[in-house]
Design a protein. Structure first.
Length: 203
């Protein structure tokens, strides 16, 4: 993640941090994630110092990018790990992708959903200000907000769109769980600077 951000050409430092003070001192925060929702929820509980710092940063308007679990943890809970509440910043739940979805040819779509997919952007957001957006997906779950206006982008999955990005209409509380397709224009470096990446979250 740090190398990817540095490759954008940003002149601002990118730091790995794992403390509440690091979150408070950051101008912008990225929370990536891999593994199970329950482990991530345990590390970022709202009543834990690190989770409280992340929640305070987001509610204060600090730009936030959540990737994979970094997006999912903003919701109330996940079917992947019952009994492990998320931060609850957004009302809604993380649901497993259905296993009975078929494409236009009748072929059943596999779960996990893996591969490049076009993305339909809803509204305006500087992170998604790109031509012909394609993103790479590797996931079995999607975050479904109760408020559909929070859907910043969707991707096709059979006849039903799945969540590709969630965010407030302002620049804060931004979350995108996928990567830019090679060979296409990426967002200017000025839009992804002064970043701090949380690490050692056991997720």
């Amino acid at each position: 993640m740090v190398r990817a951000l540095e490759a954008t050409g940003t002149r601002e430092p990118v730091k790995l941090i794992d403390t509440p003070a690091g979150v408070r001192d950051a101008a912008r925060v990225i929370v990536p994630g891999q593994g199970a929702f329950g482990d991530c929820a345990a590390a970022l509980r709202p009543d834990a110092p690190l989770g409280a710092a992340v929640l305070q940063a987001i509610t204060a308007g600090k730009p936030y990018l959540g990737i994979c679990l970094g997006l999912q943890i903003l919701f109330e809970d996940s079917e992947e790990s019952s009994g492990h509440p998320g931060l609850g910043l957004y009302r809604g739940h993380v649901r497993r992708l259905p296993g009975d979805v078929v494409d236009q040819t009748g072929r059943r779509l596999k779960v996990p959903h893996i591969g490049w997919s076009p993305v339909a952007v809803r509204g305006n957001h500087p992170v998604l200000d790109i031509d012909q957006p394609w993103f790479y997906f590797v996931h079995s779950y999607q975050a479904i907000p109760d408020d559909e206006s929070l859907l910043a982008a969707v991707a096709p999955f059979g006849e039903q769109p799945l969540t590709a990005a969630v965010g407030a209409r302002q620049r804060r509380r931004r979350a995108v769980p996928s990567r830019k397709k090679p060979g296409r224009r990426i967002a200017p470096a000025a839009r992804v600077h002064e970043l701090v990446v949380l690490t050692r979250l056991s997720c």
